[in-house]
Design a binder for this molecule. Structure first.
Ligand code: SF4
Length: 355
């Protein structure tokens, strides 16, 4: 019999799932509290639940957890990067960053990614599967337990395209913001997308108020289609229109991510065109120096070019900042640790075969 993924159930679903066991109704609230507020990864840790009922729970339900395979801590700041393994041995990454206002976790939403963006290590390893809501929560809970901290913000910007795993991501929002659990406000959650236009409209309709972060990276279709295959399906005009609809429906500012690639998208003309496209929009542009990915040839625009680009945006009334690079010594950008580990696992397997 397949066990039920208990961490993915909301309070109402948990009550319903416990009905066959004739337990008092308050047990569902107690178990939800253990799972989502106290973040226990095992049924044995639920000390106010009778032992016989705990046995029934472990026979019928499973608590998905993340195991730490690797932990890297930056020498320059408090950034910590984890490589986690899941129940089926798949590997994912998450990063915890400390800011003045609190700690933020950047989590993965898929194992691998289908989108194939030209500058990204996650896309380079292909797509394996979607993460369940429980596996997104497990990253948040495992990191907090391990570091003994409380997280204030959650960013869905690790491995995967969150809007390609839409239902599970929306369920994750519901569970992580539940007042009976972590109670992280929707306003403190950011979700990134490479530009799945229909899903941006769907998200707008839900009016959850999460911050939408859009990987734009180019001011026109010609450059963007070279960097991001998804642009051939939904071009910049459609994408910007969807973003305007999102801000209109939610009154939330859109964050546009723009990787600064030397000689590709960093000219004055690009800055002027970008400013023209975003004119009058409730938005912010994050200019991001390229993080080198082995096997990818893009190199970063220099500091002076980034400053000049930023100044043009500012002159045209577009809010822009250069993203602070945290954890630069531990390859904190998404997909790199998994990719390196997969390479070493593969090498290990190859050498096992030779032996
Ligand atoms: S940048 Fe994001 S959407 Fe693009 S391949 Fe990487 S993980 Fe996927």
């Amino acid at each position: 019999m397949e066990k039920t993924d208990i961490l993915s159930l909301n309070g109402r679903e948990l009550e319903t799932a416990l009905l066959p066991f004739s337990a008092p109704r308050y047990r569902a609230a107690q178990i939800f509290d253990w799972l989502h507020k106290k973040r226990v990864p095992e049924f044995d840790g639920m000390t106010n639940i009778p032992k016989t009922f705990l046995l029934q729970l472990s026979d019928n339900f499973v608590i998905f957890d993340c195991n730490v395979e690797k932990k890297l801590k930056s020498m320059y700041d408090d950034t910590v990067k984890y490589l986690f393994s899941l129940y089926d041995g798949e590997l994912i990454e998450c990063v915890v960053m400390k800011y003045k206002y609190g700690s933020t976790i950047c989590i993965s939403t898929q194992v691998g990614c289908k989108m194939g963006c030209g500058f990204c290590a996650s896309g380079a390893s292909g797509f394996k599967r979607n993460l369940m809501p429980s596996e997104m929560l497990a990253q948040v809970y495992a990191a907090q337990r391990e570091l003994d901290i409380t997280l204030s913000h959650v960013v869905l910007m690790g491995m995967g395209e969150p809007l390609d795993n839409f239902d599970n991501v929306v369920k994750f929002f519901e569970l992580i913001s539940d007042p009976a659990g972590q109670n992280i406000s929707m306003r403190k959650i950011s979700v990134s997308t490479s530009g799945i236009v229909p899903r941006i409209y769907e998200l707008a309709k839900l009016k959850l108020g999460v911050t939408l972060s859009v990987s734009l990276h180019a001011p026109n279709d010609e450059i963007r289609s070279k960097l991001m295959p998804i642009n051939k399906q939904w071009g910049i005009d459609e994408l910007i229109e969807a973003c305007r609809a999102y801000t209109k429906a939610t009154s939330r500012r859109i964050s546009f991510e723009y990787i600064m690639i030397k000689g590709v998208n960093d000219s004055d003309e690009c800055a002027l065109l970008l400013a023209k496209r975003l004119k009058g929009m409730l938005c912010h542009v994050n200019l991001i120096p390229v993080n080198e990915v082995p096997g990818k040839t893009n190199s970063s625009s220099g500091d002076n070019r980034i400053r000049a680009f930023s100044s043009i945006l500012a002159e045209k009334g577009i809010n822009a900042t250069v993203r602070r690079s945290l954890g630069s010594d531990i390859n904190a950008s998404c997909g790199q640790l998994r990719r390196n580990s997969m390479h070493s696992l593969n090498n290990q397997r190859e050498s096992d075969l030779v032996v």
